[in-house]
Design a protein around this ligand. Structure first.
Ligand code: EPZ
Length: 421
């Protein structure tokens, strides 16, 4: 298995360009299933997860042309397979996002149950609640989920989400796009990736209003055409590099960032005394002007503090004097990185969904394990300031979701080696 060897680095200095968002491009690719024409998606990040989604769409009948390194043309024939390949779906949870568009376009969809993962059970009950509300019959058997539209086709309905689930909002929005009549998603997720998907669907001919608020209205249409779309920048990658500048007390300039999308991260870094300013060229993060101080964070659905930045932010908090608290409200098991950070000399105590960080201690390089994509990034950040070398295993998690991860860090002066056993 491959590993990262992270050396203690000087304060990071330089510029980094953020890639297209992983959590936007995956639903955008699934949405191409709805189109009778060719969809062109631009600023596609080169990620393992994108490769898996490409393979899934090809297994459903897609033709995918890599026009350029970051431009994909996706088209489907009139008749589409409607059973997603088990081996492929089991590789990535987000593949469940093909369920909604498949059901909407072909009247039937059969997808393997997405697995949970280290951060939580990650059920799909809200996705299925939406499909049922539109009239689909759901059959769950042998770890498969099958959805079948009624004879007369899916009919719009109002669906209340007990939790503003990102994936459920995306799946139901895509499913309702070709249903008859009007659908309302109430208590919908408001993430920027939802808005990006709605913009793409509307370019394809859908009639969606309210994306980015807690109520989304979808008026069904009879068919959708091809469209061009550029993926929004990855706000979680942006937050990760903001924290790389902060934890090393450096000065970095971040290009291709939407300030609105990282507002909670900016606010919290400023509370710690980090200078974060948006200039004409991009976002400046300056953390070498004065001693930094502790703060408290609580993760919430957007526009609250993003759960995906919880672990990288915690790594940063281990380096500031004082006690900080981190409360994780979105996933039930997202403190797996705490034990790894403590192995590096951090002093973090957890109780339920609350962690208390006694910061300002010296970190020592150690052998640690990446338990999920963002925990892996957190350990890299910690390794940048820990004495000696930090060896991080299970880094496939990290490489799934961060494009050119090491190159970007090296360009900022970090010393990271990738060792392939
Ligand atoms: C998306 O996952 C992201 N993934 C996650 O990013 C992100 O952490 C998450 O949204 C929250 O922002 C992609 O977009 C591909 P949810 P998703 O449905 O859609 C519960 C990363 O590191 N829930 O909003 O799966 C669920 O258990 C990944 O890039 C139900 O109860 O997240 C969880 O506690 C990690 N029933 C909460 O909602 C359901 O039917 C949030 O899940 C669905 C979800």
């Amino acid at each position: 298995m491959a590993r990262f060897l992270v050396q203690k680095s000087e304060p990071l200095n330089g510029e980094v360009k953020i890639s297209g968002a992983k959590n936007a491009v995956l639903p955008l690719m699934a949405a191409a299933l709805l189109s009778e024409g060719t969809c062109r998606i631009m600023e596609v990040p080169q990620l393992k997860d994108v490769e898996v989604m490409k393979d899934i769409l090809i297994s459903l009948g897609a033709t995918i042309e890599e026009v350029e390194e970051d431009i994909l043309d996706i088209s489907f024939p009139d008749v589409i397979e409607n059973e997603a390949d088990y081996d492929l779906v089991s590789k990535m949870r987000a593949s469940f996002l093909v369920m909604g568009p498949l059901l909407s376009r072909t009247g039937r969809a059969k997808v393997h149950m997405p697995g949970g993962c280290t951060i939580g059970a990650r059920p799909i009950d809200l996705h299925l609640k939406g499909f049922r509300a539109l009239g689909a019959e759901i059959i769950q058997k042998d770890n498969y989920v099958e959805a079948i539209a009624p004879e007369g086709g899916l009919v719009g309905e109002s669906v209340y989400l007990d939790f503003p689930s990102v994936g459920a909002t995306e799946n139901i929005m895509m499913c309702a796009a070709l249903a008859q009549g009007t659908t309302y998603i109430v208590n919908a997720a408001e993430e920027p990736e939802i808005v990006d998907l709605a913009n793409f669907l509307n370019k394809m001919g859908a009639r969606i209003k309210g994306a980015g608020t807690d109520t989304i209205k979808i008026e069904g249409v009879t068919s959708m055409k091809g469209a061009y779309h550029t993926v929004i920048p990855d706000r979680i990658e942006a937050g990760t590099f903001m924290l790389a500048g902060a934890i090393t007390r450096g000065q970095i300039l971040i290009h291709n960032i939407v300030p609105d999308h990282v507002k909670p991260i900016t606010a919290k870094l400023r509370e710690c005394g980090v200078i974060v300013e948006m200039g004409d060229e991009g976002m400046y993060v300056v953390a070498d002007q004065k001693p930094l101080r502790a703060t408290d964070i609580k993760t919430l659905p957007y526009p609250g503090f993003p759960t995906d930045i919880q672990s990288p932010f915690m790594a940063f908090l281990t380096t500031v004097e004082g006690s900080s608290t981190v409360i994780e409200t979105v996933f039930e098991n997202r403190f797996m990185h705490v034990a790894e950070l403590n192995r590096m000399g951090a002093n973090i105590k957890t109780s339920g969904n609350k962690a208390i960080i006694h910061g300002g201690r010296h970190l020592e390089g150690a052998q640690v394990i990446a338990t999920d994509l963002r925990a892996g990034a957190a350990l890299v950040l910690a390794g940048l300031v820990a004495d000696g070398t930090t060896e991080i295993s299970e880094i496939y998690h990290v490489e799934r979701g961060y494009e050119k991860f090491i190159n970007k860090f090296k360009a900022l002066g970090a010393s990271i080696l990738r060792i392939d056993d």
